[in-house]
Design a protein around this ligand. Structure first.
Ligand SMILES: Nc1ncnc2c1ncn2[C@@H]1O[C@H](COP(=O)(O)OP(=O)(O)OP(=O)(O)O)[C@@H](O)[C@H]1O
Length: 542
């Protein structure tokens, strides 16, 4: 550990002690070296005795900075690992940091572009439009076409801070897994590793740019969602240049109502956009918090979302998509046996899982959900319950599915905020049923045929040639096979002959030995003939 790392390590520990995080685990569970170290810094006392455990963890994370804040935000969705009161508190974590100067932002942009900002942009605004822990956003006009744009630039020095904090977290996680009885069950190393991947992705704005381009392409001319244009020629790892939008933040219900937005349609479209991303495109925006979603000011009766910040996206493979759709449909038909069987068939839980036991466990956690009217049921919670139950039956839930479940919770929350009577199931069911028909019905066969047809057409002219070649090949192989069989039979015969001769030689030798005292001449003749026969046996094997 370098002196700098040690200083940060010390600062983190002092903060944790001052918020009494060390007291959350009774001392008797601590290994003795840790107890000794703790007693050596006895003056680091809990200064927030009257606050709840969750609040203390939240405050400590806020004080420790962006890496811990984002980590806490991520952990707030892992209700399978944390008690609900702590998860609720962590969900309140605010990413509030003071902006850095416009001059510094300009320097960073010029460093990324390797040229003065004035060569490409007019009216660069020194005052940031927004500032978050990882990046800051400024406005300008693009010289080449007069388009108003935003420039998102990575906070200077943040990458080093994040990487060194993560390295420390990894060390602490390793230590935790080693020394605490519950350490391995909570899988701290895997959790930190999952987090590292997410946050490192957020540091790469070139990646965000390509995600935004892909999402924009998927929704070209769609009336439900608009994704601003990205100017990829000017994007770098630390800089994103994007069309500026003037939508209404989706959380601003008053303004949306004031312009007579069709709130029911808006809420339903949110669900549709999500399901389209997941099932049609297998590419979904996974950071759907209200700060990243706007609503167009145009045609409020036919409202359109505007999505920004594509730093975190999720993808699902065909099996995951099918698993999800079938599970949702089976679940909402209350067919728990099918839900359990689906998990086994798809290999999500081990093949030797007792389906009846699994079914009973799913029923126990999910049936109470149906006590509510269908329109009030939360898809996100359904999934959460399902995953938690499946984990008990050794299902390793993929991070992509956890990401999806988290996004679904956001979408639902948002939809119900916009239109409290939103019936999610009524919006989603036809979508899922249509999708399933496309996957398994005659439509699926037709689609597969349509996809394969160009390839077949291309191959058709070569077909006679291919058939001829294959017939030739088959003929050659048949000949080879016949030769091989004949050789094999020949070898078998030789082995049999050799065995018989060897037996004859052995019995002559034994007889020679037995006859030697009474008939020595006969015995010698037998011994000599045994030698000859043995020689013949050996020659058969060559
Ligand atoms: N294309 C745009 N047009 C107008 N405003 C934008 C645009 N892109 C970003 N902003 C503004 O900048 C804010 C921060 O942008 P963005 O969400 O991309 O940054 P971030 O650092 O990833 O923030 P967070 O961590 O909060 O998601 C947005 O909430 C929005 O107000």
């Amino acid at each position: 550990m370098t002196p700098k790392e040690f200083a940060r390590f010390r600062q983190i520990n002092r903060t944790l002690c001052r918020y009494g995080i060390d007291q959350l685990l009774p001392k008797r569970f601590w290994p003795w070296p840790l107890r000794l170290l703790r007693s050596m810094v006895f003056w680091w006392r809990n200064q927030h005795k009257n606050d709840s455990a969750g609040a203390r963890i939240r405050m400590a994370m806020e004080e420790l900075g962006p890496v811990f804040i984002k980590f806490g935000q991520m952990m707030s969705t892992r209700r399978d690992l944390l008690p609900p009161d702590i998860a609720d508190e962590l969900a309140l974590l605010q990413d509030q940091v003071s902006p850095f100067s416009g001059e510094l932002a300009k320097q960073q942009i010029e460093l990324a572009l390797e040229r003065p900002i004035d060569e490409l942009f007019d009216d660069f605004d020194m005052q940031p439009l927004a500032s978050a822990s990882i990046a800051q956003v400024h406005t300008a006009t693009l010289k080449e076409n007069g388009q108003e744009v935003v420039l998102k630039v990575i906070r200077p020095g943040i990458e080093q801070t994040i990487l060194s904090d993560i390295a420390l977290m990894q060390r602490v996680a390793g230590f935790f897994a080693l020394f605490f009885a519950d350490g391995r069950r909570l899988r701290p190393k895997e959790v930190v590793e999952e987090y590292r991947k997410t946050i490192v992705d957020e540091l790469d704005l070139a990646r965000e740019a390509s995600n935004a381009i892909q999402l924009r392409r998927n929704f070209t001319d769609a009336k439900e969602l608009y994704v601003p244009e990205v100017y990829s020629d000017h994007c770098r790892k630390t800089l994103l240049v994007m069309e500026r939008i003037y939508g209404i933040p989706v959380a601003n219900i008053d303004e949306l109502t004031a312009q007579n937005t069709n709130m029911k349609l808006l809420a339903e479209r949110g669900v549709e956009v999500f399901f389209t991303q997941v099932f049609r495109d297998s590419f979904f925006h996974a950071d759907m918090h209200p700060g990243n979603i706007f609503v167009s000011r145009e045609h409020p009766e036919d409202p359109q979302y505007i999505g920004i910040d594509c730093g975190i996206v999720g993808t699902l493979n065909k099996e995951d998509q099918r698993y999800l759709a079938e599970n949702f449909l089976a679940f909402f038909n209350r067919d728990y046996h099918k839900v359990a069987q689906l998990h086994v068939d798809s290999g999500w839980v081990p093949a030797d899982t007792k389906v009846e036991e699994f079914e009973a466990a799913i029923r126990t956690v999910c049936e109470p959900i149906f006590a509510k009217p269908l329109s009030e049921i939360s898809f996100g919670h359904v999934l959460l319950n399902l995953f938690n139950t499946a984990r008990r039956f050794n299902m390793e839930v993929q991070p992509q599915l956890v990401l999806l479940q988290k996004t679904l919770l956001y979408i639902e929350g948002l939809g119900r905020q916009l239109y409290p009577e939103l019936d999610l199931w009524a919006t989603a069911k036809p979508f899922l049923e249509r999708w399933m028909r496309k996957q398994v019905g005659p439509e699926a066969v037709f689609t597969a045929f349509k996809e394969k047809a160009p390839y077949w057409l291309e191959t058709l002219p070569h077909l006679p040639e291919l058939v001829y070649d294959n017939l030739q090949l088959a003929k050659q192989q048949q000949l080879k096979f016949q030769q091989f069989t004949a050789q094999y039979l020949q070898q078998q015969k030789q082995r049999q002959r050799s065995l018989i001769l060897a037996l004859a030689a052995a019995s002559s030798l034994i007889s020679a030995a037995l006859l030697y005292p009474s008939l020595p001449i006969v015995s010698i003749a037998l011994a000599i003939s045994s030698g000859f026969v043995g020689l013949m046996s050996w020659r058969q094997l060559k």
